[in-house]
Design a binder for this molecule. Sequence first.
Ligand SMILES: *Cc1c(COP(=O)(O)O)cnc(C)c1O
Length: 373
Amino acid sequence: MRPAWLEVNLDSLAHNVALLRSKAPASQLVGIVKANAYGHGAVWVGRELLRLGAWGLAVATVSEGRELRLGGVQGRVLLMGSLHPDQAREALETDLIASLSTLEGAQALDAAARALGKIAEVHLEFDTGMGRVGFPWEEAQQVKEALEQFSHLKVTGLYSHFADAEENLEFTYMQLANFRRVREVWGPGYFCHLANSAGVFNFRDDSFDAIRPGIALYGLLPNLGLKPIARLLAKPTLVKQLPPGRKIGYSGLYTTQDHEWIATLPVGYADGMPRLVYNRATVRLLQPSPEEGRLICPVVGRISMDQITVRIPGPVDLDTVFEVVTADFDPGSSLWGWAEMTGTVSYEPAVRLAARLPRVYLRGGVEVARIEP
Ligand SMILES: *Cc1c(COP(=O)(O)O)cnc(C)c1O
C-alpha cells in the first residue's frame, strides 16, 4: 500500500451519529454522503450509516449515487439538488429518489418512468429562504395541483434547506415557519426533512421526520462534542540531515538554521493538503511507545504536488508514522486547522482529500476494509 493513507474511524462516526440522534431523538437520519462522503469514502461511510440505522443516504450527483450502487449499497439514496431533465432516466435507472424543484424536471422524470414502466418516487424541495433550488414555498398549493397531472410520479417527501442556521436565528425561524406552511398545505403522509448539521445543533427542531446532517457526521465542527473521524497518515520516504544554510523545496522558502533533520513525506497538494499552509502547518510524529507521546514537527518549505518536507528532532526510520491530519481541532494539523489557515470552512479541505489516497476503515480498533485506488 502507498505509504500515505486516510484512516477512517467508524467508532467516531458512530459517536457522531449518536450525538446527532440525542439532539433530535424523534427524527430519522438521512446521512449526507455527497462529495465522496466529504472526502471520507462514500461506499464505506454509507454502508456504516445504514448499518447504524440511517433512514437512507443522500448524494449530490447521479454518478455519486451510481458509485454507491456499484459498491453494493441497497438502501434509499436521495439525489439532492434540482433534477436536470437530462438526468431523469439515469436517476431512475440508478434507483435514486430524485429531488424536484421544477416542472421541467417533473415532466422529464414522469416521461422516463413511463418509458421504463416504473413509478418514480420523488421528494420535492421547497425554497424557504436559501434562494438556490426548490419550488417557492408560497406556491405549495399550485405545485401540489400541478404535480397531480403526472401519473408516473409518487411524491413521498418534502424538504427544504437552511441558509444560515450557523448564525442567523431569526432568519432560520422564518425558514422553519415557511416550511411548516408547506407541510400544512400538503397535509400528512409525506416524509419531511429540513435540518442540516448546524440546524440540528442550533435549533433542536424535532418536529420533522428526519434530520439531514453532513459535516457533523464527519466530526468537523468544533466545541460540540463531535469527533473528527479521519486521520491522514504517512511514512517518510527519505530522512536526512542538512547543514545550516540549505534551502528546501520550490522557491527555497525555508532555509535551515542549524544542522537539521528533515523527513520527506509522500503527500502533497494533489492529496488535498492546501498549498497555502507551507511553513505554517505541522505534522505529528507518532512515537514507538505511547509514553513518549507525540512530537509536533513543522512543515518546512513549499507543499509540492506529491510531497512535503518536515523538520524532525532526530533520525527516524522509514517505518515511522506521521499524522499529517490529526483527528482533532489542532490549528496546525487538522482539517479544521487547514481551513482556518486558508480562510475557508472545514468542508473544503475535507472534500479535497484526494481519491488517490488509500482509505482504511477501522471499527473497534480492527481494520474492516481497505480501499486502494
Ligand atoms: C450538503 C447538504 C446538507 C448537509 O449540510 P451540512 O452543513 O454538511 O450538515 C443537507 N442538505 C442539503 C440539501 C445539502 O446540500
